[in-house]
Write a protein of this length. Structure first.
Length: 181
């Protein structure tokens, strides 16, 4: 029998992430987070000063996933579609990432916005580095197109329940951008 080895802090972050993904930041209370995690509300404050600190930890984790993937990416040109598909997979598995991009869903308190903007800028830098390595014309624009296309794919998939084939979508997008040299 395998024991659940998640720490209380990890349970709080997982529960909060689910609530923030479904309801948004402002519509989620500390009491709801505690209930979802099966702990007393007061216990949350042992681990986190407030809801913003929980969100801050989640921001670092969510953006860190894609940043790590992009920073370690060593694939060749023939795997550009694989890079796009993996970015789609990461985004589909963590819908908070997509929801974070909607400013109406999350607070734009200066320190949180600064963290999000810095994290997104780092993601873009890594993706731009990859595209420059492939001599893609206007890599800055290509980065925006890729990220917006991934965002659109995920939102459409989540809202309609229908998913276009990820591989086909990624291959098509990679082909369009690669032919734009």
């Amino acid at each position: 029998m395998v024991k659940n080895t998640k720490t209380t802090k990890e349970k709080i972050l997982d529960g909060a992430r689910k609530l923030f993904s479904r309801r948004g930041f402002d519509s989620t209370s500390m009491a709801e987070i505690a209930t979802v995690c099966g702990i007393q509300k007061g216990s949350l404050y042992y681990f986190f000063k407030n809801k913003e600190h929980i969100f801050s930890d989640i921001i670092h984790d969510v953006i860190g996933k894609i940043t790590l993937f992009l920073s370690e990416y060593k694939g060749g040109k023939e795997t550009f579609s694989a890079l796009i598909e993996e970015t789609i997979n990461i985004s589909l598995n963590d819908s908070l990432l997509v929801r974070m991009s909607d400013e109406s869903q999350f607070p734009c308190k200066p320190h949180l916005c600064k963290e999000m903007v810095k994290g997104v800028a780092t993601m873009k830098e890594h993706l731009e580095r990859i595209l420059r390595g492939w001599s893609i014309r206007e890599p800055e624009l290509a980065v925006e197109v890729v990220l917006n296309a991934v965002h659109s794919y995920v939102i459409h998939s989540k809202s309609s329940g229908r998913q276009r084939d990820k591989n086909e979508y990624a291959e098509y997008l990679a082909k369009i951008i690669s032919n734009n040299k």
